[in-house]
Design a protein around this ligand. Sequence first.
Ligand SMILES: *Cc1c(COP(=O)(O)O)cnc(C)c1O
Length: 395
Amino acid sequence: MRKKAMTIYLDYHASTPCDPSVVEAMLPYFLERFANPSSTVHKAGQRTANAVSAARQTVGDAIGALPAEIVFTAGATESNNLALQGLARAAPSDRRRIVSSVIEHKSVLQTLMFLQPQGFDVVLVPVDGEGSIDLAALVDAVDDTTAFVSVQAASNEIGTIQPLEEISQIAHRSGAAFHSDAAQAMGRIPIDVGAWGVDLMSLSGHKCYGPKGVGCLYVRGGVRAAPMDPLLFGGGQEGGLRPGTHNVPGIVGLAKAVEIATESRETETERIGVLRDRFEQLIAEQFPAVRRNGCVRRRLAGNSSLTFSGVDAEALIANLSDIAVSTGSACSSGAIDPSHVLTAIGLSREEAHETIRVGLGRFTMEGEVLTAAAGIAEAAKSVLQASCPETAGAG
Ligand SMILES: *Cc1c(COP(=O)(O)O)cnc(C)c1O
């Protein structure tokens, strides 16, 4: 029998595997400690309530927040929706403007498109060729009618890290609140809600080696003082801001993942950065016409967004055997439209369709990087060769 080769997984921006320690921490909460943490009349419920409290403390400590400022949700999509819809509904009538950026995740952009016809003036600020927000345009966009500003911490497509300290100052100068989608930041860059000046911030479990379907929203000043309305009703959990029985195993797993991410961030990002640079160098040696997207100075260590001139990315990926990489954004793959992030940094539709997104992570090994670089460069060359006669004929 032939042994099936293991997939080389290089799509860590789309999702990360659970760290084994995370699974281990979660297991008792499925089997033995399953009591509802709101049922504190009995010991079993008190025990799970304590586990949720401990998790809240751990997540708060990791980002410089108080436990009371953490709202557990079902992931960053929900956190973004809660933050944006919540703030919009609670906004005073003389603050109907919302300012964000053109390269946000769809869970931010589509929420804003939902709010726009409800009387909100949504302004999306452009970015430069490296994906950094245009601060001068942001200054122009934010005024004293602005309810809030929402800008991501780092891009899931091109890895660009935004200058959140400066963005929060611009927002606060006009009395606007500041939200950031930091799903890609946990474990990859240091997070400090005080230094960043965020009033609300979204995190996701499965982007930092925790489980899927759990995340949190940081709310400055605490849940009970939150300047916003809930999306859901029907219980007192999370101060009423996010009712529903707590996902105890998920919350415990999220906290364990955040704890590991905080401890290992520095050594991990250094190792991954070296591997990523090696990967890009190997590709460039084999395929000199490759172009690297994103910001050279401020980019996530595991991110590599590459444009192969003249090579259709779908065809390239179809030529790879057992290497998991993505075209542009995973969320919009299957769609014909090119990635809105790639077009926002100035790529043509054609160039966007010639782009792959590679994400290295905790369990990426050097050997995998070497194999993947060789395989991707080889596939790019063979796709280019196959399409050359056609191009010559058409020309
Ligand atoms: C993955 C991701 C999300 C969505 O998170 P879920 O927990 O999967 O809902 C939002 N924003 C960014 C930047 C992401 O990378």
